[in-house]
Design a protein around this ligand. Structure first.
Ligand SMILES: [Ca+2]
Ligand SMILES: [Ca+2]
Ligand SMILES: [Ca+2]
Length: 377
């Protein structure tokens, strides 16, 4: 009877002490009632050969290798496996902090992770920390670390910088106008990336991020002054490997409205007959323009955008006899509008009164107008 009691006490003490160091490390998490508790030895030990087979086949699920070594060790090279089963870096020292552990648990919840280090002891410690904290997912521990990986003849690679960013957005704008730009890059190791953007004005370039390696980010910018600006952008991954610079030229000019359209066509005609009129306007910035036409008979229309200085032809039928004032204005893609132009049309033509002819004639021969003016005086 005594022996049984002693044995029970010893086993009890063993359980208490074996749990102590890990509980001390992860005390902030074991109390979380929402996280299911697992046994401390929940991780699965796995050889480098099994790891290779797991990581080169998405048919058996996607496993994420986690390199828990120091950053300088990672920078010297890590195991080479294809995306999306490629290694990420998350050091054991980060796992040992409360915030670092929680961030890891959030980031990789529900995933299969394979922890590895140099020779196997740090990955074992990391695996135990995760299990003890109630990590939801599968934790593999790669036996023998990267040393065994290399000895097994499996490949390693070193980190590479992200590609130079792609910049997409407005090439033209006006002072004070908010312009939108998209930036994207790719990183061969699928590392998180930062962007650095120099807008070529008085604003100071800063690194922004990190973003997922294939995420497109959208930024807006306003240049207050007219000028030609050279946007420069580069990317870096979370290991500070910087890309080449990418550039985009933007010209900021005050927008000019299009000229009032020139209207041409028959001065008169018969009711019920279709007539063609041409309209042409020039935008000094070369912006596409659209035309608003008022046919003078309560019919109005807007055209589609056409190139600046491209003559357009529109057809119209006046149903009733009368004198009509055709009006037209042009608008560019920045909503700047021209003045109205006017053109008089008489339906039917035989009712075209002399003064219409007279005005039309004088417009084209201004010298005569002065002559008539002198005669009047
Ligand atoms: Ca796999
Ligand atoms: Ca990289
Ligand atoms: Ca314009």
């Amino acid at each position: 009877m005594k022996k049984i009691i002693v044995a029970t006490c010893v086993i009890g003490l063993m359980l208490v002490f074996s749990g102590l160091p890990l509980n001390a490390i992860t005390s902030g998490y074991t109390s979380e009632s929402s996280i299911p508790q697992k046994l401390n030895d929940c991780h699965i030990d796995i050889t480098v050969h099994d790891v290779w087979n797991l990581l080169n086949n998405t048919g058996n699920g996607i496993q994420i290798p986690i390199d828990v070594r120091f950053k300088y060790e990672w920078n010297e090279g890590f195991i080479d496996t294809p995306y999306p089963e490629h290694p990420r870096w998350y050091s054991l020292s980060m796992l040992k902090t409360e915030d670092g552990l929680q961030a890891f648990m959030d980031m990789y919840a529900g995933e299969d992770v394979i922890l590895y280090c140099k020779a196997g002891s740090r990955s074992l410690e990391g695996s135990q920390i995760l299990c003890d904290a109630g990590f939801i997912g599968t934790v593999y521990n790669m036996l023998g670390g990267i040393n065994a990986w290399k000895a097994g003849g499996y490949p390693i690679r070193t980190n590479t910088e992200p590609d130079a960013p792609e910049i997409n957005g407005s090439l033209k704008g006006g002072p004070g106008e908010e312009l939108t730009y998209n930036f994207s890059t790719t990183d061969a190791e699928a590392d998180g990336v930062y962007f650095w953007i120099d807008w070529n004005d008085s604003t100071t370039p800063e690194w922004t991020g990190p973003f997922a390696h294939d995420e497109e980010i959208t930024l807006t910018h306003i240049w207050e002054e007219e000028g030609t600006y050279l946007i420069k952008a580069k990317a870096k991954d979370i290991f500070d490997e910087e890309s080449e610079l990418a550039e985009l030229v933007v010209s900021i000019v005050e927008n000019q409205p299009p000229t009032a359209p020139t209207i041409d066509g028959p001065l008169g005609g018969k009711p019920g007959i279709e007539y063609e009129y041409t309209f042409i306007s020039t935008d000094l910035d070369g912006d596409p323009v659209m035309y608003s036409i008022d046919w003078g008979d309560y019919n109005t229309e807007w055209t589609e955008f056409v190139d600046s200085s491209e003559e357009i032809t529109l057809k119209h039928i006046w149903i009733e006899e009368g004198e009509y004032t055709v009006k037209a204005k042009a608008k560019d893609i920045h909503d700047a509008e021209s003045n109205w132009s006017e053109f008089e049309v008489t339906i039917p033509r035989h009712r075209l009164r002399f003064y219409l002819w007279y005005e039309w004639y004088l417009e084209r021969f201004p010298l005569l107008e002065r002559l008539f003016g002198m005669i009047k005086v």
